[in-house]
Design a protein around this ligand. Structure first.
Ligand code: NAD
Length: 541
C-alpha cells in the first residue's frame, strides 16, 4: 500500500462531437462504420478472461437493414454459467481486497480509451446494432459512458470513501466501505450502450465481482464494451460476460447462495418478475440481496397556455421521436390546453413531415429503425387500434420491407385514459389529450394519476409562478422533472437519473446514491484507553 492519499480533480462532462458534414470526426466515424458493416463478428461468452464458443449460435442483423448480418453470438450453456459462478467467486478473493486507486484506474483508463481510440468503434457498433444516428450514438456510447466512468471513479474517491464518522480523542472510529459478499448480477437493456456498461462496471468499481448478461438486442456494442474494459486492465473474472437465453441464465444465477445484488434496467414486468424470484429464495442467500432497478416510463409534457409554442414543438419532436422513442425518458403523452392546441398541432405536424427516417449511415436522417420485429409489431398494433379508438393525426404508415421502420406518429386522445395515454409503447408515438384551459388543476391531477410510472416529465409555461404551481402538483409524477425543456437527455452529474413508482427504485444512475448500494459499510471503533473497572460511579464505592 503506497503512502499516498489519492486525489483527482473533479471531472468535466465529455464534450459532444457535432459530426457536421466535412469534419474530420465525420470522416473517421464513417470509415469505421463502413468497415464494421462489411464484417460479421463472432461473439463468445467471456469467463475468467477466456473466450468460450459454445456452438449455440444466434444471429443479429441491423434493425434498419435485414440483409446486414452484424454478429453471431454464442449463448451460454448451463456449464458456462456454472463456470462463471466459480470464476466470480475466485476473482472476488483478490478484487474485493484490491486498493481503490487500482480499481479507479481501470475505469478511468476505460474512459480515456473510449474518449480516444475506441470512440468510433463504440459509436459505429451502436449505430449499426441498435440503429442510432451518429448523434444519438455519440451522446450514449461515447459521452454518457465516459461521464459514468469518470464521475463514478471520482465519487468513489471523493464522496464515498472519505465520508467518515466523528472520533473523540480517546478513540478512532472509521467506516470500511466493503464490497458485498458474493456477486452482483447485471441484466442490461438494449437501448443504451452506456447503461449496459454502467450496470456492470459500477458495482465492479466498488470492489464487487459482476456477472453480466447483455441484452440479446445490443450484442455487438456490448461485446466491444467488454473488450474495451479488458484492454483497460480489468482482471479476469471481475466481470464475466454471459450472452444467452435470459430466463435460464437468470434462474441459475438467482439459485446461487453467492447472489448478492441485482443491477437491472429494463421493462417493469421483467423487474417485478425478478424481484419475486429473489423474494422466494430469500432464506437461501448469505445476505439480503441489494435490488436496484430502473424500469419503464410513460413520460409526459404538460403545456400551460402561456407556453412558448416554438420551444414546445421542438421539445415534442426531439423528446418523442429521437431514437424512435426508445428512450425510457421519451415523451409519449402530452397535455395541451384547448387555447393553443390548433396552432401547436399544425406546427408540430408540419415539422413531423420534415423528419427523415432511414439507414443511420446517411447522416441526414433524424430517425432510424425500431429494434426488432417484436417492437415493430407491438408499436404498430397500438397505432392500428388507435385508428379506431382515437384519432391518428400524423404518421401511422410503417414499413418493414428493408428494416423495422415506424414513422413518427401523433395521436389525439379525447379519452385521457385511452391505452396510448397510459401504457409504455416504447416507440415513436406521441399521444395528446387536449384539456380545458380553465381547468388547469383538474388536468394536472389527471396527468399525475393516469399512469403507474413516474420517470420523467416536463412542464412548459412562460409564467414562472405557474410553472412552480405545476411542479408542485406533479412532485411525485417524475424522478426527473424539467421546466421548459424536453424530458430526455439527462447528463451525468447534472441531472442524476431515475424514477419512482413503477419506474424503479430511484437509485440515480451515475450518482453516489447508486454506488452506495454496492457497499456494505463496516463501522470500526478502536478505543485507545479502555476502562479498567466494570463499576459505574452511580453505584458508589
Ligand atoms: P427488457 O425488460 O426486455 O430486457 C431487459 C433485460 O432483461 C435484458 O437483459 C433481457 O435479456 C432481460 N430479460 C428479459 N426477459 C427476462 C426474463 N424472463 N428473465 C430474466 N431476464 C430477462 O427491456 P429492453 O427491451 O431491453 O429495454 C426497454 C425497457 O427498459 C423499457 O421498458 C424502458 O423504459 C426500460 N429502460 C429504463 C431505463 C431507466 O433508467 N428507467 C433506462 C433504459 C431502459
Amino acid at each position: 500500500m503506497p503512502n499516498t492519499v489519492f486525489r483527482r480533480t473533479e471531472p468535466q462532462n465529455e464534450p459532444i462531437r457535432s459530426y457536421a458534414p466535412g469534419t474530420a470526426e465525420t470522416a473517421s466515424l464513417q470509415a469505421r462504420l463502413a468497415a464494421m458493416a462489411s464484417e460479421t463478428v463472432e461473439i463468445p461468452c467471456i469467463v475468467g478472461g477466456q473466450e468460450i464458443l459454445t456452438g449455440e449460435v444466434r444471429s443479429w442483423t441491423a434493425p434498419h437493414d435485414h440483409s446486414l448480418e452484424l454478429c453471431r453470438w454464442h449463448a451460454a450453456t448451463p456449464e458456462v454459467v456454472e463456470s462463471a459462478l466459480a470464476s466470480s467467486k475466485e476473482a472476488w478473493q483478490t478484487w474485493s481486497e484490491t486498493d481503490p486507486h487500482v480499481r479507479v484506474a481501470v475505469f478511468e483508463k476505460a474512459a480515456a480509451l473510449l474518449a480516444g481510440p475506441w470512440r468510433d468503434t463504440l459509436n459505429a457498433s451502436t449505430m449499426l446494432g441498435q440503429s442510432k444516428t451518429c448523434f444519438q450514438a455519440e451522446i450514449d456510447a461515447a459521452c454518457e459512458l465516459i461521464d459514468f466512468w469518470r464521475f463514478n471513479a471520482w465519487f468513489a474517491l471523493h464522496r464515498i470513501y472519505p465520508e467518515q464518522p466523528g472520533s473523540p480523542p480517546e478513540m478512532w472510529n472509521h467506516v470500511d466501505h466493503r464490497p458485498l459478499e458474493g456477486f452482483v448480477y447485471a441484466a442490461t437493456p438494449f437501448n443504451f450502450t452506456s447503461i449496459a456498461a454502467n450496470l456492470s462496471s459500477a458495482p465492479a468499481l466498488m470492489g464487487n465481482t459482476v456477472i453480466w448478461k447483455p441484452s440479446e438486442s445490443s450484442m455487438l456494442s456490448n461485446y466491444y464494451l467488454m473488450k474495451l474494459m479488458e484492454e483497460a486492465g480489468l482482471p479476469p473474472g471481475v466481470i464475466n460476460f454471459l450472452p444467452g437465453e435470459p430466463a435460464g441464465i437468470t434462474e441459475q444465477l438467482l439459485g446461487s447462495r453467492e447472489f448478492a445484488g441485482l443491477h437491472f434496467t429494463g421493462s417493469t414486468a421483467v423487474f417485478r418478475y425478478l424481484w419475486k424470484q429473489i423474494a422466494e429464495r430469500l432464506g437461501d442467500y448469505r445476505s439480503y440481496p441489494r435490488i436496484v432497478g430502473e424500469t419503464g416510463g410513460k413520460d409526459f409534457i404538460f403545456a400551460h397556455e402561456s407556453a412558448d409554442l416554438e420551444t414546445l414543438v421542438v421539445a415534442a419532436l426531439r423528446g418523442a421521436f429521437e431514437f424512435q422513442g426508445q428512450k425510457c425518458s421519451a415523451a409519449s403523452r402530452m397535455y395541451v390546453p384547448n387555447t393553443i392546441w390548433p396552432a401547436f398541432r399544425d406546427r408540430l405536424i408540419a415539422e413531423m413531415e420534415q423528419i427523415r427516417m432511414g439507414d443511420p449511415a446517411d447522416w441526414s436522417q433524424f430517425m432510424a429503425a425500431v429494434i426488432h420485429e417484436g417492437a415493430y409489431d407491438r408499436i404498430t398494433g397500438y397505432v392500428e387500434r388507435a385508428k379506431m379508438g382515437a384519432r391518428v393525426l400524423a404518421g401511422g404508415k410503417p414499413s418493414k420491407e428493408r428494416g423495422w421502420f415506424v414513422d413518427p406518429t401523433l395521436i389525439e386522445c379525447e379519452d385521457p385514459q385511452y391505452e396510448t395515454m397510459r401504457e409504455e409503447l416504447f416507440g415513436p408515438v406521441l399521444s395528446v389529450h387536449v384539456y380545458d384551459a380553465n381547468k388547469l388543476d383538474d388536468a394536472l391531477a389527471l396527468c399525475d394519476a393516469t399512469s403507474p410510472y413516474a420517470l420523467t416529465g416536463a412542464v412548459f409555461a412562460r409564467d414562472r409562478t405557474v410553472s412552480e404551481h405545476m411542479a408542485r402538483a406533479l412532485r411525485h409524477a417524475a424522478g426527473n422533472f424539467y421546466i421548459n425543456d424536453k424530458p430526455t437527455g439527462a447528463v451525468v452529474h447534472q441531472q442524476p437519473f431515475g424514477g419512482a413508482r413503477a419506474s424503479g427504485t430511484d437509485d440515480k444512475a451515475g450518482a453516489p446514491q447508486n454506488l452506495m448500494r454496492w457497499v456494505a459499510p463496516r463501522s470500526v471503533k478502536e478505543t485507545y484507553v479502555p476502562p479498567r473497572t466494570w463499576r459505574y460511579p452511580h453505584m458508589g464505592a
